[in-house]
Ligand binder design. Sequence first.
Ligand code: HEM
Length: 407
Amino acid sequence: MQSQSLKLTPEMVANPYPVFAALRESAPVHYVEAFRGSYVVSRHEDIAPILKNTTLFSSKMASVSALMPKELGEDVLRYFRSENSLLSSDPPQHTRLRTLVSRAFTPRRVADLEPRIRELASELLDAMLTQQEFDLMADLAVPLPIIVIAEMLGIEPERRQDFKRWSNAISQSVTLTVGGLDLEWIATGIREIHSYLEAAIERRRREPGDDLISALVTANEQQGGFLSSMDVIGFVRLLLFAGNETTTNLIGNGTLALLNHPSEMKRLAQDASLVPNAVEEMLRYDTPAQVIFRITTADTEIAGTPIPKDARIMLLLGAANRDPRKFPNPDTFDITRDTQGHVAFGHGVHFCIGGPLARLEAQVVFDELFHRVRRMSFAPGQEGQLDYGTTFSLRGPKSLRLRAERR
Ligand code: HEM
């Protein structure tokens, strides 16, 4: 190719959008060796049909273990080779798994959580706002999703810190990062979570409770028990990984968008009925999960570019969500815009199963936040100095030091 290419640099992680715009214009489909040898796709009109076409664009080989560093060792990688992985299977296998899992992860179960999420968010916010200066990530956006998922799974409160560490270890092992990884630390985290979950699942089998792991074990038994223990562990691990940092990033990126657009913050603070659409715009404008992968099952082409069989396809969801052909003035953050068709939760059969939960958490957070504060601003020295860490695929600020004007 071509005039523009994708390179992972700290600058790119901090602000990928100018690069995305150039890619959409001049190289909407291009091969990048450095990204695990992937064809990178950036236009909405190409990404949405790929996600719909599971026959030609498989999730199978995009399996997590294929993306993980081989140096983690066979005893760790084998955990990720489950036969029945929701995220890495295609129909009809995926349909069977999704049906089973959906019986445990029902909209009702999520809706019932609202009072508890509100209570947790309120506690965290009240503690955060006693400080003149606070870190919205450490005080709110990081702990809330981990506590919610840990409680859903029935994890003991004293293991929450371990859960967060394990979740970080998993996400580091599979995400695209700038620079080296601490493989020993990652491997230890993965071994620990596996032995914890093995015991937890065994306990739920003997004594089911009303938590999500029990619901999964029960749904599996009702369906003839086709999931192995390793499959169940794999699914719980997926929930932990998929539901944690993504939701943290939604809250962090959303807050940042409001800070950078004070008139939108003012509108939201004045009218709580705008919160649900504002959250959709946050998902579109600064997408928490930037990248997903597929593998071609036959020779094909994307937007006129020939692609061979077994090629890895990297879909830039964040670029699709800023595509001007889909969203007029895409770089404008407008909390009342029509966000229909954003792909922040994917599209098609793998559409995020936790979308309703993530939406609920973010809506409760912004609702409760603006109940308490009129406006927020960067703490002195914070603006323009944001640390995005090293991860590109799950992208968000690592800390947000702020001040708030209370009501
Ligand atoms: C799937 C994003 C929150 C669980 C996905 C996919 C995306 C995504 C893009 C599609 C992957 C693909 O097609 O390959 C997000 C974002 C979130 C979020 C941006 C928060 C803002 C959650 C939560 C949970 C969750 C809270 C659960 C607790 C899952 C699962 C799948 C999935 C299990 C796999 C579904 C399947 O393969 O059928 N998510 N997610 N996610 N997500 Fe989420």
